[in-house]
Design a protein around this ligand. Structure first.
Ligand code: PMP
Length: 425
């Protein structure tokens, strides 16, 4: 016979204890979290901007530079072979992390921004023409807007926008009317960095493909938090940044369907991306190297590969369960504050991001006062000015959680907000 179910309150407190034990274990892996700021243990709640790095990543980069560094691909010596293996081995790890069967479909970039620029530039060059349409949403980070504005201006194409509802969800029932025979590309985020909204990519992909268009997913906030399987998502391009998923800055990945990558012209020219160079023309290397002109960020790739391994070792199910517990606790506690405005959908529809405003206090003042208490949050438009316009605000304060945060971090946030309220009345 089953044991009688525990009361809901007890179950929630069990989940919180488990989450705090999990975070305490994980935090030991992150040296930057072992410090005090403002005389108190650092509470780092700026993960949507960039995450901290575990020893596994720092050590992988240091090991690479201490033992294996040389330029990749062109060398005939031992270190060049090791560097090449480290670089290509990291590509295989990131491909696995994204669910890509073929590592050649993973192009190293500087980050999500460069990955989207690569597609907006190289794909549009061949496939976007006058009068064609690109569908975006007002939820997008500027790096999934501006590259398309540039591409549309070059091609004489038109941008169309999917709007948001009052809780920051995409108004998907309007998608069919936005998709026309002229739609060539739909570019949407997997998870909003300003609101945390998780978008139903697989469902969107079906509609986009039925209309004969392609789907690019900005995965800057998806890859760190959700299990990614590009085949199940059904998208055509997926962009991610190393630094948002425990990896280093200056490295990211573009996954693209091989036949699309093969049909695209190179994005930049230089060494490593060619097959033959003549006086008047050149021919290109195979994908992905066709898109990797110049000496690449080998150490960054090694670090991103180590980060992918680290997160896989933690396990996506454990990560998701942990983040859900901390997020629900945060939303409950924040919602109980008098004079707070919370943005975004309910916990079940979002990742660990909470944007908010307090009556009478500017978003930046909130962040400054929290910083004095050793609590790191971000304030501003979060590179999502169209989201701010949608809600009629210039800025929000944003707390964003990751695997090393716990409910005590949330308590410290709430204490800091109490101080803000005491100051601003
Ligand atoms: N898209 C989203 C949703 C983001 O959150 C970010 C980073 N804030 C980016 C794109 C750009 O990523 P990066 O700066 O690493 O290129």
């Amino acid at each position: 016979m089953n044991a009688p179910a525990a009361p809901a309150g007890a179950r929630a407190s069990d989940r919180r204890s488990r989450a705090n034990a999990f975070a305490a274990r994980v935090r030991r892996d992150f040296p930057a979290l072992q410090q005090e700021v403002g005389g108190k243990p650092l509470v780092y709640l700026d993960n949507a901007a960039s995450t901290q790095k575990p020893d596994a990543v720092i050590d992988a980069i240091a090991h690479y530079y201490r033992h294996d560094h040389a330029n990749v691909h062109r060398g005939m010596h031992e270190l060049a072979r090791r560097a090449t293996e480290a670089y290509e081995g990291a590509r295989r790890k990131v491909a696995r992390f994204l669910g890509a069967a073929d590592p050649a479909e993973v192009v190293w970039t500087r980050g999500t921004t460069e990955a989207i620029n690569l597609v907006a530039s190289a794909w549009s060059h061949t496939f976007l023409g006058e009068g064609d349409e690109i569908v975006l949403s007002t939820q997008e980070h500027h790096s999934n807007l501006v590259p398309w504005q540039l591409a549309a201006a070059r091609a004489g194409a038109r941008l169309r926008y999917l709007e948001l509802d009052d809780e920051g969800r995409l108004l998907l029932d309007r998608l069919p009317e936005l998709l026309s025979p002229r739609t060539r590309m739909v570019a949407l985020s997997h998870v909003s960095n300003a609101l945390g909204t998780v978008n139903p990519v697989a469902e969107i992909a079906k509609q986009v493909h039925a209309a004969g268009a392609l789907l690019l997913v900005d995965g800057a906030q998806g890859a760190p938090h959700l299990p990614i399987d590009v085949a199940t998502l059904g998208c055509d391009f997926y962009a991610a940044s190393g630094h948002k998923m425990c990896g280093p800055t200056g490295i990211g990945a573009l996954w693209g369907r091989r036949e699309l990558l093969e049909q695209m012209e190179p994005y930049q020219g230089g060494g490593e991306m060619i097959s033959v160079v003549e006086r008047e023309y050149s021919t290109w290397a195979e994908v992905p190297h066709k898109f990797e002109a110049g000496t690449p960020n080998v150490a960054g790739a090694v670090g991103m590969g180590a980060a992918a391994d680290y997160l896989t070792g933690i396990g996506h199910a454990a990560l998701a369960e942990h983040e859900r517990t901390v997020l629900e606790y945060a939303l409950d506690r924040l919602a109980a504050i008098d004079g707070i405005r919370l943005f975004g959908p309910p916990a079940a529809e979002r990742c660990g991001v909470v944007s908010f405003l307090l009556d009478h206090a500017h978003a930046h003042d909130v962040a400054t006062i929290l910083d004095a208490d050793g609590v790191a949050v971000r304030a501003g438009h979060h590179c999502a000015q169209l989201v701010m316009k949608h809600f009629g605000v210039p800025a929000t304060s944003r707390a964003s959680f990751y695997l090393y945060n716990d409910t005590e971090d949330v308590d410290r946030l709430i204490e800091g907000l109490d101080r803000v309220k005491a100051i601003f009345g």
